[in-house]
Design a protein around this ligand. Structure first.
Ligand code: TPP
Ligand code: SF4
Ligand code: MG
Length: 314
């Protein structure tokens, strides 16, 4: 198959649940990539199931189904072969949080460190959705999953900080409630070389126990209350916040999802964590070099002094 994705990266007839954030994400992603012929590397996750049964596929682009841990390594190989043949087709790793935060972390880190010419997208539904909704290290504290029946005890891993620490050319979080910002960032990533990391909070009605028609509203609330910061990081040092919290109460976001009706939910603790993250983000943004300034080394940027709560839950 060698079709452009002008008609969308994802075609009708896919196997996603109603209201799946990934469906909308693939549509917007395809919109931003229109005119290109991307090659996909997809590990085991809902996005593999999406394609349907061989020999048919719902993707309007060719791709490789990789093993769980290896999508970034496979994407690296695809990209290197293409570049050796002077082909500039974008290579896109389209992965879940399990394949990113957890099981794919080693190959992700290695590909980022080598600055492979790959666009890596993590659609983060905050669980292992495809296998029944187990907790991942992306699951927020307090959320019930099939393996954290009383609510997850640990904090969500900060993947954006991890990717920024790799000093990749571009890392950004995408919001399914902010179309223009989403498309702008994907286009920007497309125009850059090297390793580009995109994170997308992806509502999963099946696992979040929410209504399928509330997915976009939930992302808007997640952005509004600050639990999902929408920002971009250039070269690991220049931070730019794209959408600021609008005062939406965190409780309102949590109340719309039955996964947060748990004994383990401590809203005050969660709120403190969200506030601390924002203090840190604002400081990083303030300490960022100006746009026209070279950001050569991390040492050039003073680590901001930030008062962050380090409370440990027993
Ligand atoms: C090494 C390995 N361990 C476990 C599995 C089983 N498995 C397939 S998909 C999946 C969950 C994927 O979760 P995530 O990456 O978050 O994607 P989602 O299903 O949520 O879309 C698991 C555990 C596997 N295929 N390979
Ligand atoms: S289980 Fe969740 S992530 Fe998977 S297709 Fe359904 S809604 Fe989407
Ligand atoms: Mg997942």
């Amino acid at each position: 198959m060698n079709a452009h994705v002008a008609d969308g990266l994802l075609r009708a007839g896919n196997a996603n649940c109603a209201g799946c954030g990934m469906t909308l994400g693939l549509r917007w992603f395809g919109e931003a990539l229109a005119g290109t012929t991307p090659l996909l590397a997809i590990p085991p996750c809902c996005a593999t199931v999406t394609s349907g049964l061989f020999p048919t596929t719902a993707y309007h682009a060719p791709g490789i189904a990789t093993t769980f841990a290896s999508s970034a390594a496979v994407g690296s190989g695809m990209s290197r072969v293409l570049r050796q043949n002077n082909e500039d087709q974008p290579v896109v790793c389209w992965t879940g949080d399990g394949g990113t935060y957890d099981i794919g972390m080693a190959t992700l880190s290695a590909a980022a460190e080598r600055n492979e010419d790959v666009i890596y997208v993590c659609y983060d539904n905050e669980i292992y959705g495809n296998t029944g909704g187990q907790r991942s290290s992306a699951t927020p504290m307090g959320a019930k999953t099939t393996t954290s029946a009383r609510g997850k005890v640990e904090r969500k891993k900060d993947i954006m900080a991890i990717m920024a620490a790799h000093r990749v050319p571009y890392a950004a979080s995408l919001s399914l409630a902010h179309h223009d910002d989403f498309v702008r960032k994907v286009k920007l990533a497309l125009g850059l070389g090297g390793f580009r990391f995109l994170l997308m909070l992806s509502p999963c009605p099946a696992g979040w126990k929410c209504q399928p028609d509330e997915s976009v509203a939930l992302v808007r609330m997640a952005v509004g209350c600050g639990i999902y910061p929408v920002f971009e990081v250039f070269d690991g040092v220049r931070y730019r916040v794209n959408v600021r919290p609008d005062g939406t109460p965190l409780e309102d976001y949590l109340a719309r999802q039955k996964r947060f009706k748990s004994e383990g939910l401590d809203v005050d603790f969660l709120q403190a964590d969200v506030s601390a993250r924002w203090t840190q983000l604002r400081a990083l943004e303030e300490a960022s070099p100006a746009e026209d300034e070279e950001c050569a080394t991390l040492d050039d940027v003073q680590t901001p002094a930030v008062a962050v709560s380090c409370e440990v839950r027993s």
